[in-house]
Design a protein around this ligand. Structure first.
Ligand code: NAD
Length: 488
């Protein structure tokens, strides 16, 4: 497939290609151009030209275009979910959900964009009008990871467009096909230049970050890349919206049923083979149930079916690329070396000859000195630690540099209150891990970054705020210069 710039598909000035492969079969799916700085310039110029008219289109009209895009996505939901499955690997069922949440994000922000645009303030003087207006930034650079290619794009693109910005998107080099397909299927009715996609790798993203006509970078990805982007953007004082990695805790209270504990934990840690920024990567279990829970979780996890995401019986798909699997294997090996015990999983399955599969693992005898417990894993691992009392559980949950999400399983209101008050994380889930509500903000604390996506907060990120102070009468003021004469 080719890039999408100024309303047309093009190879731009690329001389190299990126090969996109299916992580479940290792088959080549397609190639895309390795976009260059020249292509970034062309796309930004198109987006800048388009911005001058896009920002003036009435919000209700923009809303209509966004709703139409959502309708087209819905019409092609099956095709998009299939493409996501072969490109990214997670089970089709999860991708059908991803497509639904993607088009619904466009519907949500189409409506939100028509509403609040600012506010009036009580004037300091009866002749004055004071009001706050919200304006789009201009060309927004959207840089994306690979684990939810369309959903995470929607969380940026829908509010950015609804707020009146135009966009240049740099999808992950691993999963560009679904984004390009989205352009073909759902954005052909947009004015040229409003939405552009430049495919490529880190160098392409780097060119977008450095571009002087891109005042805002909306980035989702790893902490390391976020830090690089922040250091490049700092001298330009460029606005950044950074959604970075996680190391989420899941705490199991002593009062929940074993079935809830086992099923919620497995889901929280293993959906998309653990390749979710909000995967529960550290599991803390009350000591009264730790032994039985470890056994039952290991048995349940051992029964999950690993396979190609197109097979309806598959619970867990492959990891995206061999080097991501090697990273997880390295963390597991280090932990075992330091005394951890793998109860189940952690191996490459012998029955699947191709694909980057890793059996989901349940690990005990772990502690926070191990990489497995303090580095982001981004793979199918469930390391378990017992805790004696809730003070200890909260201290363990907070013992991380990250702050994206945190889950508590408990029906005890006192524990719940302490948990959401004391745990430093952007989203707190009680008994229902990893769910989103479009009306509520999503984002992180600490090294996970700053901005918020979804909800009102998610569109506010794409507006600049301006305070207008207007003296309608325009009389000469007594308090102006010269001071001396005035006071005589
Ligand atoms: P990554 O940081 O390797 O890449 C993300 C994007 O940045 C890609 O498009 C990549 O090409 C681009 N990039 C790389 N170097 C760049 C540079 N120097 N300048 C500009 N762009 C550059 O991350 P990934 O492996 O694609 O995704 C996994 C990471 O994303 C995990 O850490 C995960 O936790 C995080 N993530 C966070 C959230 C969230 O909402 N907080 C959601 C999903 C994923």
């Amino acid at each position: 497939m080719r890039m999408y710039i100024n309303g047309a598909f093009t190879s731009g000035s690329a001389t190299e290609e990126i090969t996109v492969i299916n992580p479940a079969t290792e088959e080549v799916l397609d190639t895309v151009p390795m976009g260059t700085a020249v292509d970034v310039n062309t796309a930004v110029a198109a987006a800048k030209t388009a911005f001058s008219s896009w920002k003036r289109i009435p919000a209700w009209e923009r809303a209509g275009l966004l709703h139409e895009a959502a309708r087209k996505m819905q019409d092609h939901a099956e095709e998009l979910a299939h493409l996501l499955t072969i490109e990214e690997g997670k089970p089709l069922e999860e991708n059908e959900e991803e497509v639904f949440w993607t088009y619904d994000t466009f519907n949500y922000y189409a409506e939100l964009g028509r509403h609040e645009r600012g506010r009036f303030l009580p004037p300091g003087d009866p002749d004055q009008l004071n009001f706050v207006i919200k304006e789009p930034y201009g060309v927004v650079g959207c840089i994306l990871p690979w684990n939810f290619p369309l959903l995470l794009l929607a969380w940026k693109l829908a509010p950015a467009l609804a707020a009146g910005n135009t966009a240049v998107i740099k999808p992950s080099e691993h999963t560009p096909l679904s984004t390009l397909k989205l352009m073909e299927l759902a954005f052909d009715h947009f004015p040229p230049g409003v939405v552009n996609v430049v495919t490529g790798a880190g160098v392409t993203g780097d060119a977008l970050v450095r571009h002087p006509d891109v005042p805002l970078i909306a980035f989702t990805g790893s902490v390391a890349t976020g830090q690089r982007i922040a250091s490049i953007a700092a001298p330009m004082m460029k606005k950044l919206h950074l959604e970075l990695g996680g190391k989420d805790p899941l705490v199991i209270g002593p009062d929940v049923s074993m079935e809830l504990a086992v099923k919620a934990t497995a889901y929280a840690g293993l959906i998309n083979a653990g390749q979710v920024c909000t995967s529960s990567e550290r599991i803390y279990v009350h000591e009264s149930m730790y032994g039985r829970f470890s056994e039952e979780l290991a048995e349940f996890v051992g029964s999950l079916k690993l396979g190609n995401g197109l097979d309806p019986d598959t619970d867990i798909g492959p990891m995206l690329r061999p080097h991501f699997r090697e990273k997880v294997e390295g963390q597991l090996a280090d932990a075992v070396q330091a005394g951890a015990k793998v109860l189940v999983g952690g191996k490459r399955p012998s029955h699947l000859e191709r694909g980057f599969f890793l059996e989901p693992a349940v690990i005990v005898n772990v502690d926070h000195s191990m990489r497995l417990m303090h580095e982001e894993t981004f793979g199918p691992t469930l390391p378990l630690m017992p805790y004696r009392n809730f003070d200890e559980a909260i201290a363990l949950a907070n013992d991380t540099t990250m702050g994206l999400g945190a889950t508590l399983l408990s029906h005890d209101a006192k524990l719940v209150k302490r948990f959401f008050e004391e745990v430093k994380a952007g989203t707190i889930w009680i008994n229902d891990p990893l769910t989103d509500n479009f009306a509520g903000p999503f984002g992180g604390m600490k090294m996970t970054g700053g901005g918020r996506e979804l909800g009102q907060e998610g569109i506010d990120e794409f507006y600049e705020v301006k305070h207008v102070h207007w003296d309608v009468e325009g009389k000469i003021k007594e308090y102006w210069f010269p001071y001396g004469k005035q006071h005589k």
